[in-house]
Each structure stands twice: as structure tokens, then as C-alpha cells.
Design a binder for this molecule. Sequence first.
Ligand code: SRM
Ligand code: SF4
Length: 568
Amino acid sequence: MINNIQDLIIKGKPSEEENIKEQSNYLRGTIVNDIKNKLTGSFDEKNSFLIRFHGMYQQDNRDIRKERNIQLLEPNYSMMLRVRIPGGRITPKQWLAIDEFCDEYTLYKNIRITDRQTLQIHGILKKNVKLIHKILHKVELDSFATANDGNRNVICSTNPNIKSDLQEIIYLFSKKISDYLLPKTNAYSEIWLDKKINTEDHEPILGKTYLPRKFKISIVVPPYNDVDLHANDLNFIAIVKDNQLIGFNLLIGGGLSIEHNNKLTYARLASEIGYFHVDKLFEVTKAVVTIQRDFGNRVNRKNAKTKYTIDRLGINFFKKEIEKRALLKFEKIKSYQLSMRYDDIGWVKNDKKEWYFTLFVENGRIMNKNNYELKNGIKEIAKIHKSFFYLTTNQNLIFAKIDNNEKSKINEILNYYSLTKEISAQKKNSMACVSFPTCPLAMSEAERFLPSFIKKIEKILYKCNLGNDYITLRISGCPNGCARALLSEIGLIGKSLNYYNLYIGGNRLGTRIPRLYKENINEKEIINILEKLIILWSKNRNFNEIFGDFVIRTKIVKPVINSTYDFW
Ligand code: SRM
Ligand code: SF4
């Protein structure tokens, strides 16, 4: 029984980040002064925290960090900008604007599709930062709140087999929720677009110090779990009756990040709360966000995400508080089934006889490399495509709503640039985070390591007559877990350079967390272990049994059942 609700707020000295937010004058800080300072390519410490709210991260090229240090040069600073693209929908015009900017103004000249349906532009020098914001604004895009303590890019299922009317509604909801939760401060327009707005700053939903930590939302259309709902704080599972969207199951408190050996951190699956009518979508969104705003841990950022708030307050308290704030009574969760998480690569026709082409993009990295001109090919398609693209949460790209006439033209381009080649099942079901050289938190390689590592796994599968089969495989360069390795059958998490912790026993649908199997091992050791396990699997598996289920049934690892208490 909770007597005083104030007792539920964590007492103690607020973290340094809370102070920066409090004193930032609604996210302004002294960013403007730092832009003018031409003596350094960087923002100062406080402002580099604040620019994240505006969708940018300060980075440097870690491949040359040591060398520059020896030469007494400051690190090779540049910014990474993450565009806000709710539901992953982007028009060809918007694509072309970003593509052109990358070619002309960035250090790396490539675009990165993220696993939350956005685009990242790496290598923007400070002097070009305002330009990209203005270019984005011109094509009705922005990067506001794609990072730091607010609501991140809202993601939604984009499988072309979803009925197109439903897909449209789900997409519109993700856009509306994203707009609804956007910070209301004028700082973004003032700083980046030179637009003076004379209305007062206030944050009716997020509050003056914004949320205690990042916040993630997904909208899921069963049977697809492409969005990986269990990585998100707040999830809406669409419930459809007689072809009408009638409401949502609410699941809250998913999250994957851990800290090596810190038992106060853990990966957690989202908990089922209940079903509610579609009309209450925004009330429920606001209720969950404001509960996290009011009760989230502002003293210790390591325990600040919703998953920890829920476990501290108790699921029943959280549920009742949502009901109170949203003025509703949850019904029992409606039945739903998830059966697929990967993208259908290639051509698919939807219920309205429109064509969709899903292009496989290895690690989401769009660049021209040797004879594979992926970036040029997409640019040519963007020049003629009339409808829009979807970015997928598997880091791929969909050319959407194509008629028969357009299909043949697009096919020509796809063939010319060799973009239709066969992709193995293993590749389709593997993913890595960015990691080196741009990620400042990387402990080991991920994106640059995955392609050669997959080949080794494929070789083992082939040797075991499992050439057409696959094991979901994900590699995160550090325990922050950006590639969602803790929702895969085989997860590698960077420990130190070229060394990883190996997790096994997740499943293909992303509804079970894998368990730590071996710590701090290099590629050779990982391959040796996996080869033995895959041979065992191939010989002793039940009919169609997946690798993750096999290692649990045969007691090679214990399943992680209740991640809160059972993760370590
Ligand atoms: Fe992430 C931080 C990249 C999805 C958990 N993530 C970072 C940063 C920004 C590093 C930093 O803070 O300086 C990485 C930038 C690297 C670079 O050079 O580009 C980074 N995260 C990514 C992306 C690009 C990975 C990818 O290869 O696609 C994804 C961008 C998503 C987006 O568009 O918004 C990305 N990050 C995720 C996910 C997966 C998801 O959301 O579905 C997670 C785990 C889910 C979760 O939140 O629990 C994730 N990233 C983190 C964390 C740990 C947060 C925490 O709960 O403690 C950090 C570190 C932090 O925030 O302090 C982080
Ligand atoms: Fe960087 Fe770690 Fe995220 Fe990979 S998992 S992108 S290394 S923060």
C-alpha cells in the first residue's frame, strides 16, 4: 500500500545532466557561441550534451585518434546528425536532399539507415551543421529530439504484406505521436533556422528538465515484430477486427542496455498491461510518458529508463496510475500472435496491387564501394520514384507503392546497379550496430566485423547441411546494445577490442532474452564454440527446431524467464 506518492520519487542529488538541462534555458545553453567559435571543431562539454536534444552527437574518427594525439592535433571532430523520420517514411525529394548534402559536405560521404527507421549522417563539420538543418527544414524534415532525454523516432511495422489502409493509419499514428511528444521549446528554430518565434517556451508534457532518460515507442502490427517491441519503453500492438483497427494492447518497459558486470542493470522484456480503445491512444501515450517523467530516476542515469521505474514502482501501481491519468480502465490483453521479424527482400505486391521492393542494405550503410554503387543506384531510383520510401528497423530500404509501369523502370535501375542479387537467409537475419570508427562508446568492432563473421557462420551451416537455414545473429560493439543483440539467438556484445561476450538462447521472434554463455572471447574462440553447438543442433534438433530453442531444450543454457531477477 502506497501512502505518500512523493515517497516514490528517488531522493538525492540530481545527476549533472539534470543540472545541465535545468540551466539550459529550454535546451539553448550557449550553443550559439560555440557555433561561432572557429578555433575548435567541437562544442564544449555542456553544449555537446545539449546538441543531442537537437539530434546531433559530437564524435571523432577513432581510427586516427591516436595519430592526431601524437601530432598534438585536437581530435578529428565532426557531428553525426540523426533525422526524425517517424514510421520510417521518407519521400524521394527528401532522400535526394540528404544524399546531395552527404556528397558535398560530409567527411564520409555515406548515409546510414538505423535500426529505428531513421537516417544518420556522419562526419558533418561544425561549420556545416546549420546548413544541414536548413536543408532538412526546406524539405519538411528535422532532427529534433532524435537523441537524448526525450521521445526518440517513433517506429512502426512496415511489412508490405500489411493491409495498405491499416499501414497508412499506423504510419499516421506514429507521425502524430512523434509530433505530439516533440519538445515545444523554440530553441531548435532559433538556433538552427534563425527563426525568432515570439511565443513563450514551455513544456506541457515533457517538463522543463525533459525526461530522465531516452524514451522509445513502437507500433506493432501482428504477426510482424520487425520493430522489436521488447526494446521499447512503450509499445502499441494493433488489434484489428473486421478489417478495422479497433484498439491496442499496451506493453511497457522493454529495454536492452546493460553495463558489463553491473548487476543493477539488465535487459528487460516489455510487460503486458492491457487493451484499450483506439480513441484513447494519445491519453495513454501522455500518461505513460508523464509517469516516467515524474517518477523516473533523476539521480542515477544508469537506472533511469522506464524499465527500472516500473520495477521500482511495481507493475500494478504503474497500471493504475496510467488508468488514473488517461481516464480509462484497461481490458484484458487481446490475443495476438507474432510470427516474423525479418524483411521480405525483393518484390511484394500489396492488397491494392501496388508493388513494393525491399532492398537489402548490409548494416544499413549506403555508400558506393568498388563495383557496388548502392548509393548511386538509390539516387537514380529517387529521381524517378513518385511515391515514398520506407526505412526498416532491420536497416533496409523499401521502395513503396509502385505501379506496373514504374516497376519496369525501377527494375531496370536495380538490375543496372546489381541491386537484386540473392541474399542468404543468414544475412537477412543478421545485424550489427555502427561501432568503430565513429561511435565514442565502442569497445569492439561490429559493423565492420559482421560481413566476414557471417561468412564463417554460413560455412558452418553449409557443412551441416543447413545452408538454407539461419540463426538470428546480432553484434553490438558495447553493452548499450544498439543492434539489439539481447533479442537474438546468438548475440555478441563487445567487451574490449576484438573480444566479445557471447549470448545464446534468444529466439527468432525477439520475445526471449539470450543468456551469457562465454565471456571475453575472440573471433576464433567464438567460431570454435559456435561450430560445436551448430553441429550438435544439426544432429539432434527436433523437426524445424530453431537454434535458440535447441540450446534451451538441451539445457546448454537456462532460459532467461523473468529478466528483471534472472538476467545475470
Ligand atoms: Fe544506440 C548510444 C547508435 C539503436 C541503446 N547509439 C548510441 C550512440 C549515439 C553513441 C553515443 O551515445 O555517443 C551510437 C552512435 C554511433 C554512431 O557513430 O552512429 C548509437 N543506436 C545507434 C544506432 C545507429 C545503431 C544502428 O546501427 O542502427 C541506432 C539508432 C537508433 C535511432 O535511429 O534512434 C541505435 N541504441 C539503439 C537501440 C535499439 C533500439 O532502440 O531498438 C538500443 C537498445 C534499446 C534500448 O534503448 O534499450 C540502443 N544507444 C543505446 C544506449 C544505451 C541506453 C541505455 O538504456 O542505457 C546508448 C548509450 C546512452 O544512451 O547513454 C546508445
Ligand atoms: Fe556504439 Fe555501443 Fe551502440 Fe554499438 S552498441 S553503436 S558500440 S553505443
